[in-house]
Design a binder for this molecule. Structure first.
Ligand code: SF4
Ligand code: SF4
Length: 421
């Protein structure tokens, strides 16, 4: 333990620094020349990030690693590389899980690096990539399109269409749709109420979470309602290379949040919470899972109905930045009698992030594979996850692997169903 003594800390830093340099020099000899062009001002090429990167893990390809991506971006920005299809593919395949950032001794700001590159070279992307990105944004943020998608999915989930759905729209099959929200509680006073931000994709695919959230809060004498007039937190566009558009959505959302209509704003997709936390100023925003854990932790007489299910609790990459206490969640779940709780035995991102599920579908499938094997091996009944992208990726892979009995739900929905009034 080195804590406390400043001399030991300085010595410790020097040792780390020297080992990084040695590691860098050693690696330089073993790396293909094309990867020696990365920016020496930032990355020291130590390679410490490599084994934390999900895309490197499945490909074993330097160009699919954080270090490879830094090199490609540096090459592009300094006109040493053309913004070719293959160069951009390596930038697009990053899931923005930021596992690399958390272990990087040089503190490379990976989020900034990748999003800026995606934005700068958006015009050079394949036409299909650009169309897809724009359509996803349109479908998830325009109210008319949202209604059409919600209706189509509900229709395709009807029993008589299940077979057709299963063979054609595997992705939609098994998506949990609820046709309507409880939009208002028996309101006490709006200013003492909690405003619930649904997020764009969650507003279509996880309406049930908003309803569970209202119900769970009501059981704890907290009034809440859904905020209807916000299109998106902005991360959808921002992360896929349309920074300007993303910031427009973000500013509009933050403006609405700051109108002091509610005591507090909560949102239940951890990806949205991460982006809002990054940009919020003077706004009382908290991730909904985090808020509900705080609420339940204050209760002395917490009672849960028993269940014999095997659940696996997934930890999205955005857990820390959304300020969700994952251990706290596990501790609350442990209070449920007979419940058997698992967590995945690897820490890798599930592969869904930054629209990979749509642009790099094969990657997402391959990255999540070890988790699907884990679900199978341990006979998991329910996967709990609090980010919509992860949820859709799990649902999709569960469908493709035909283990449809496994349900994917948000922890708020699960807690609400188990809590005894
Ligand atoms: S953000 Fe994640 S996927 Fe992207 S380079 Fe870093 S570790 Fe790899
Ligand atoms: S990004 Fe950071 S961890 Fe990765 S090789 Fe560069 S300095 Fe090392």
């Amino acid at each position: 333990m080195v804590g406390g003594n400043p001399y030991i800390l300085v010595f410790y830093d020097i040792i780390i620094y020297m080992s990084n340099i040695l590691w860098y020099l050693f690696k330089m000899k073993n790396i293909e020349p094309s990867y020696k062009i990365l920016n020496p001002d930032n990355c020291v090429m130590c390679g410490m990030c490599l084994n934390h990167c999900p895309t490197y893990m499945i490909s074993n390809n330097e160009a699919e690693s954080p270090r490879g991506r830094i090199s490609i971006i540096y090459g592009l920005n300094n006109a040493m590389l053309e913004p070719s299809k293959s160069a951009l593919e390596h930038i697009n395949s990053c899931t923005l899980c930021l596992a690399c950032e958390s272990v990087c001794p040089a503190k490379v700001d990976f989020y900034q690096l990748i999003t800026a590159a995606r934005d700068k070279y958006f015009k050079n992307q394949k036409i299909i990539f650009r169309i897809k990105s724009k359509l996803i944004s349109l479908f998830l943020t325009n109210n008319i399109f949202k209604k059409i998608i919600t209706f189509s999915i509900s229709l395709l989930n009807q029993k008589f269409l299940k077979k057709f759905n299963k063979s054609i729209f595997k992705f939609m099959n098994y998506t949990q749709i609820q046709n309507s929200y409880i939009t208002k509680t028996n309101k006490l006073d709006v200013q003492s109420s909690i405003g619930i931000f649904t997020g764009c994709a969650s507003d279509i695919f996880e309406k049930n979470v908003a309803t569970s959230c209202i119900s769970l809060l009501k059981k704890n004498n907290i009034s809440s309602e859904i905020i209807n007039n916000i299109k998106c937190c902005g991360s959808l566009d921002y992360n896929s290379g349309r920074i300007k558009k993303g910031m427009l959505f973000n500013k509009a959302a933050l403006k609405e949040f700051s109108n002091k209509k509610y005591k507090k704003i909560i949102g239940y997709a951890s990806g949205c919470s991460t982006f809002i936390n990054k940009n919020k100023e003077d706004i009382d925003y908290q991730d909904a899972t985090s808020f509900i854990l705080d609420t339940l932790n204050k209760k002395e007489d917490l009672n849960f109905k028993k269940t014999n299910k095997n659940i696996c609790v997934h930890k999205p990459c955005t857990t820390k930045s959304a300020e969700i206490d994952f251990l706290g969640l596990l501790n609350i779940l442990k209070l449920i009698p007979n419940l058997k709780i698992y967590t995945f035995d690897d820490d890798y991102c599930c592969g869904a992030g930054a629209q990979n599920i749509l642009h790099n579908h094969e990657n997402s499938k391959n990255i999540v594979k070890s988790k699907i094997d884990f679900i199978n091996l341990n006979k998991i009944d329910l996967v709990l996850t609090f980010n919509i992208g992860c949820s859709l990726n799990f649902i999709n892979s569960i469908n493709l692997n035909e283990i449809n009995k496994v349900q994917v739900i948000h922890p708020i929905t699960f807690l609400n169903a188990r809590i005894a009034i």
